[in-house]
Ligand binder design. Structure first.
Ligand SMILES: Nc1ncnc2c1ncn2[C@@H]1O[C@H](COP(=O)(O)OP(=O)(O)OP(=O)(O)O)[C@@H](O)[C@H]1O
Length: 288
């Protein structure tokens, strides 16, 4: 089963469109949603959660339809984002009293344990929390009601490196239960190098790929070589290419073909997710 099934989701803003996106997020795995700034990651997540209403298309979460079964769905998922959905004037303690009754599986002692671990005082007001503290609170709530699916929008961006690592460990713990699933958007791709199983890459409102991380890293290659290897036909093989005084560095999405094409004349390396994001985002300009 898929944790999330998105079909033909479209949202047109005056200057930007999430365009006919279909996507399966697999149950039992961690999926990283990557893409440069402003390509529609948050819009897609907000449409999944019913915060932004799509112009067309459908979303199913844990087998239930959004927004028809929204209340049942929200019992079973955790949302982690620094867009705070709580009342600013309430303390963490009062917020807990408000949200806990909503969840059938709320575990108060777990919640207290996470507040301690995350060094969040129950007496602090929501309005006084930093961006990172809001993420920590959202994570504490999510982990205290046995969420089967975490949907996280840029969860690591406001976090110091120490807590970032702690958080990745907590997510790995959650995945001990093989029915659990996580999707998180980020442009800090090194977090995904550590824990993601699948990568969904979105660029300019469209899905570029949604594949197992291992397959992505095997399929793409970073080619480095001398400028004399490049002619107009060869250039077309590249998704993106950077030329310098000493040579070129370019990304292809068919390592096998590139190996045949360049033989021993160029160096083929495995790109990082950041390389793939960089060259794909910049690529269009290079070929223009
Ligand atoms: N309510 C809105 N009205 C008009 N345009 C919007 C609205 N919300 C988002 N956009 C536009 O949609 C585009 C995608 O924004 P979105 O926040 O989904 O991107 P993102 O990939 O999450 O970016 P980032 O990584 O910077 O958070 C942007 O150009 C943004 O200006």
């Amino acid at each position: 089963m898929n944790a999330i099934e998105i079909r033909n989701l479209t949202k047109a803003y005056p200057l930007f469109t999430v365009d006919d996106v279909s996507l399966d997020v697999r149950q039992g795995y961690i999926t990283g949603l990557i893409g440069p700034n402003g390509v529609g990651k948050s819009t897609l997540i907000k449409m999944m959660l019913g915060i932004v209403r799509p112009d067309s298309g459908s979303v199913k979460i844990l087998g239930c339809e959004m927004p028809k079964q929204e209340i049942a769905i929200k019992q079973r998922i955790g949302i982690v984002s620094d867009d705070c959905f709580y009342y600013e004037h309430l303390t963490i303690h009062d917020t807990k009293k408000l949200v806990a009754p909503f969840y059938d599986k709320w575990n108060d002692s777990k919640f207290k344990g996470y507040l301690d671990q995350f060094e969040l005082s129950p007496k602090k007001k929501i309005g006084d929390l930093s961006k990172g503290m809001k993420i920590k609170l959202a994570l504490a709530v999510a982990l205290s009601h046995e969420a089967e699916l975490l949907i996280m929008d840029e969860p690591t961006s406001g976090l110091d490196p120490v807590f970032r690592r702690e958080m990745l460990d907590l997510l790995a713990d959650m995945m001990q239960n093989e029915r659990n699933s996580i999707i998180f958007s980020t442009h800090i791709t090194t977090d995904l190098d550590r824990i993601a199983d699948y990568i969904t890459f979105i660029n300019r409102g469209k899905i570029v790929f949604n594949e197992a991380k291992e397959d992505v890293l095997e399929r793409y290659a970073l080619i480095k070589g001398d400028m004399e290897l490049l002619d107009s036909d060869i250039r077309k093989e590249f998704i993106g290419i950077r030329e310098t005084a000493v040579g070129f560095e370019g990304l292809v999405d068919n390592r096998h073909k590139a190996a045949q094409l360049f033989g021993n004349h160029a160096v083929l390396e495995t790109p990082s997710l950041e390389d793939i994001m960089y060259f794909t985002a910049k690529g269009g300009r290079v070929h223009a």
